[in-house]
Design a binder for this molecule. Structure first.
Ligand SMILES: Nc1ncnc2c1ncn2[C@@H]1O[C@H](COP(=O)(O)OP(=O)(O)OP(=O)(O)O)[C@@H](O)[C@H]1O
Length: 820
């Protein structure tokens, strides 16, 4: 029973009447109309005293209590006053986290990896939605329970279910908005900024809403509808409606059954809590649908997007449109002027091309072929800034792959080599369905990469180890494998044993439960490699899989790759020539978007190698390898051996230091080798030689030759060549790459003078070949801008010619220089 107050008579005699009043001031006791019980009890006490004094127990004493008339006031409510801003802050936290996670998945290409492994867009969005709905349920429950715990009338008087649905629908609607906004953001770091702006906008609109805008009869319905599209506006109006109900309604608060009714005494009621529910649900669907739409039409990290009318394509609704199928504003490369820039193809490349074309025209099906690439071409739109030698900005479309024709056989590993920017990753991304082709096609086990249905089949057949590790920092190695095994459709009963075997294969068993975020670079690479092999794919694409691995692990991974060849085709790209040499059954070297040569390692070496490599090691110095000893080259023995090579074979060292000399001997001197080397062997002691090694040139030599040739061709096509005529009568063409280093004070385009040139080839971060020039006198050509000193980078190379890839022209052999 409620007890509003009590009266205690302490003393009652002829001279003293003493009594005490005890009142109850808890909120529950304040629900009656008469809020202050003290006055009425004071009256009751006085009546008792009067009866006592008069001596008549029936004496009546009627007093009418009435409050002074005053303007109507609403009691102060914390929730109504600061609730909208406070709850908005809470919702914004979640909102920022949602955008961050979605954008991070895009940024780190995690989503791309999952799509490559066969994850449907539908499953992707659905899983996100379930997760966010669970978060919204939990946080809404907590908000309402905490509000009740702290005895806010707003939470105590309104129905629990009404409040829960209100907070839940608001958070869901904010989730839809977060999904939609994330489609426009590329960097996860921008998510916080966007969240902050949304909060500011929400806060300002709440201030506007305080004056009643726009939920009054005086405002048009259109204004209200537009205003209601922004969830924080609906939310703050919802708080107003619920607070009003607490303050003014007879029932105190809104119950579930009365959620569609206006509060009593509310004259200007245009929206009820039920209307707010409907609006929040509708805005959630609107933002969510828009999120999916924008996600499809805005280019992804690979510059791929769907047409803005993609939803009109029946294939999309039949579940065959899981891939983005268009790239922004690109027209076909085939037949364009840029495509024609490539040189006359090599014979082996032509033969391969003709073989594929013949199989295509005659409809021949070779059961041994896993992948048939038919004139695959890819042109990127020219809108992105791409770094190169001069940090240039590419504005015209760029032909990254210019028509590949090649077969990859089953049970074999095909290695795609090429300098940075050659188009290898683009080509394999096209095969994996990450990047849509601009022209041509490829069949993977008979499925075309150009058809959406083909792609969904292909995704079940391939495993990809991308160039950059696409991993979740928060998931362990084991969880990664379990996730991808599930996406690949492995049966739940087999997943555990398969993941354990995979982890053991890549020697990650000990770290299987450790977060991938704390893995070393090599461990991440091994995990990516294990992911590529999960689910027994029939085509495995390995893009630089062993980068960052230590030599022991790398060799172990090579063994796994070698064993993995059985029953599948493997495509490998690598910058390790040793890896390519050891693992490849066939090698194709790409440069500037086209295949320059194809064949086995031996064939490439014999066709494109510079000839033979001779390594001469010397006694005594080979224990020390400090830079200081390395600098002090040209001992007497060295000079004698160099002279011998020059006289007999007409070659100068390609590399030299205290310990050894390396010579490249052209093929045409093969006949002289036998006698020369037997004489050298006989005189080993005389020259202090500890070891002589003679071999065919390395794959690296082949690679450099092809890359250099490609660079020359493109430089010639662009009219930026310098021709050095050597004393031997040979002429060497060099692209004018980057900078010429002049003698300070002498350079002037108007006053041609002489300066030093030695030509070095180097590759910058983005793969373009640049040249640093020094040490031979050549005239400064008109229009060539000179720098008075070499850059630090070039100076480093100039000081250590041995570390530079490519040719070093002996200055003494240059007779003239011609700038085209
Ligand atoms: N999304 C893109 N938009 C525009 N150009 C691109 C895009 N992706 C790649 N390119 C360009 O296409 C060319 C080929 O790039 P690709 O990544 O295929 O080369 P790569 O041979 O794999 O090089 P690396 O050995 O460095 O991985 C490069 O010049 C690159 O700048």
């Amino acid at each position: 029973m409620r007890c509003p107050a009590a009266l205690h008579f302490i003393e009652r005699n002829d001279t003293v009447i003493g009594y005490g009043l005890q009142t109850n001031s808890t909120s529950l006791q304040r629900r009656g109309k008469f809020e202050n019980p003290t006055a009425s009890f004071q009256l009751a006490a006085e009546r008792e005293i009067a009866r006592y004094l008069i001596g008549d127990a029936e004496f009546s004493w009627n007093v009418f209590l009435r409050e002074f008339a005053h303007p109507s006031t609403t009691p102060f409510s914390v929730v109504a006053s600061i609730g909208p801003a406070f709850f908005l802050v809470i919702a914004i936290f979640n909102f920022v986290l949602q955008i961050r996670s979605l954008v991070t998945e895009k940024e780190l290409k995690l989503r791309q990896a999952m799509t490559m492994m066969g994850l449907y867009d539908f499953a992707y969005w659905f899983s996100w939605l379930i997760w966010e709905a669970v978060v919204a349920i939990l946080s809404s429950l907590l908000i309402v329970l905490f509000g009740m715990m702290f005895q806010f009338r707003f939470f105590l008087d309104n129905s629990f279910v009404v409040l829960f649905f209100f907070f839940f629908l608001f958070e869901l609607s904010m989730t839809g908005l977060a999904f939609m906004i994330s489609a426009f953001i590329r960097k996860s770091s921008s998510a916080t900024t966007v969240g902050f702006y949304i909060f500011i906008v929400g806060f300002v609109t709440q201030l506007v809403a305080l004056v009643g805008f726009p939920y009054k009869d005086s405002f048009s319905k259109t204004t209200r509808n537009l205003w209601s599209l922004f969830p924080p506006n609906l939310f703050s109006q919802g708080i107003n409606v619920l607070s009003d109900a607490v303050a003014t309604s007879e029932d105190k608060g809104v119950s579930w059954s009365k959620r569609g009714e206006c509060a009593l005494n509310k004259t200007d009621c245009v929206i009820t809590i039920d209307d707010i529910y409907k609006w929040l649900a509708a805005t959630f669907f609107l933002w969510f649908v828009l999120a999916i739409y924008f996600d499809n039409i805005i280019p992804n990290a690979s510059g791929v997007r769907k047409s803005i009318w993609y939803f009109l394509n029946p294939n999309y609704w039949m579940g065959k449109g899981g891939q983005k199928v268009k790239e922004g504003g690109v027209c076909s490369c085939i037949g364009s002027a840029l495509c024609q820039e490539q040189s006359t193809p090599d014979d082996d490349v032509l033969e391969e091309e003709n073989k594929v074309k013949q199989q295509l025209t005659e409809g021949l099906v070779d059961a041994n072929i896993a992948v048939q690439i038919r004139g695959l071409a890819k042109t990127y739109p020219g809108t992105r800034s791409i770094g190169c030698c001069f940090k240039c900005k590419r504005t015209s479309p760029y032909n990254a792959v210019k028509g590949l024709w090649v077969n990859f056989a089953k049970d074999q590993l095909f290695c795609l080599l090429g300098p940075n920017g050659a188009g290898k990753t683009t080509a394999i991304n096209c095969l994996a369905g990450i990047t849509p082709v601009t022209d041509g096609d490829a069949l993977i086990y008979g499925h075309s990469i150009r058809s959406s249905s083909g792609l969904s089949n292909i995704q079940k057949l391939i495993g990809v180890c991308p160039q950059f590790d696409i991993l979740w920092d928060a998931l362990s190695g084991q969880e990664h494998l379990q996730l991808f095994a599930t996406i690949k459709g492995l049966s739940p009963s087999s997943i555990k044993s398969i993941t354990q075997t995979s982890l053991a294969e890549v020697r990650l068993t000990d770290a299987s439960k450790v977060r991938a975020g704390s893995y070393s670079g090599g461990m991440k690479r091994r995990l990516s490699f294990a992911i590529a092999l999960i689910g027994d794919p029939k085509l495995v694409i390995l893009d630089e899989p062993t980068t960052g691995m230590d030599p022991i692990i790398r060799r172990h991974v090579w063994d796994i790759i070698e064993n993995a060849k059985r029953g599948r085709a493997i495509v490998l790209t690598t910058h390790s020539m040793e890896e390519a040499d050891i693992l490849s059954d066939r090698i194709g070297i790409m440069a500037k978007g086209s295949l320059r040569c194809i064949g086995t390692s031996i064939r490439l070496k014999s066709r494109f190698g510079a000839g033979f490599i001779a390594n001469i090691s010397f006694n005594g110095n080979n224990i020390e390898c400090s830079p200081a000893s390395g600098d002090a080259i040209s001992t007497e023995h060295h000079e004698a051996v160099k002279k011998l090579f020059k006289n007999h074979l007409d070659v100068v060292p390609k590399e030299e230091n205290n310990n050894f000399l390396t010579f490249v001997i052209p093929h045409d001197r093969e006949a002289l080798l036998k006698n020369f080397f037997s004489e050298l062997q006989d005189r080993e002691k005389e020259f202090g030689i500890s070891d002589i090694q003679l071999g065919l040139t390395t794959l690296e030599e082949v690679f450099l030759n092809i890359a250099r040739q490609a660079e020359l061709e493109s430089a010639a096509a662009e009219g930026r060549l310098v021709t050095l005529t050597l004393t031997s009568g040979e002429s060497v063409q060099i692209p004018i790459g980057a900078r010429f280093v002049g003698i300070p004070g002498t350079e002037s385009a108007e006053n041609p003078t002489w300066f030093m040139v030695e030509v070095y080839w180097e590759q910058d971060d983005t793969g373009a070949l640049c040249i640093a020039s020094h040490s031979q006198k050549v005239p400064i050509p008109h229009g060539v801008q000179l720098s008075s000193s070499p850059s630090r980078r070039h100076r480093r190379y100039l000081g250590q010619s041995g570390t530079v890839h490519g040719v070093v022209i002996d200055p003494s052999q240059v007779s003239s220089v011609d700038f085209q």
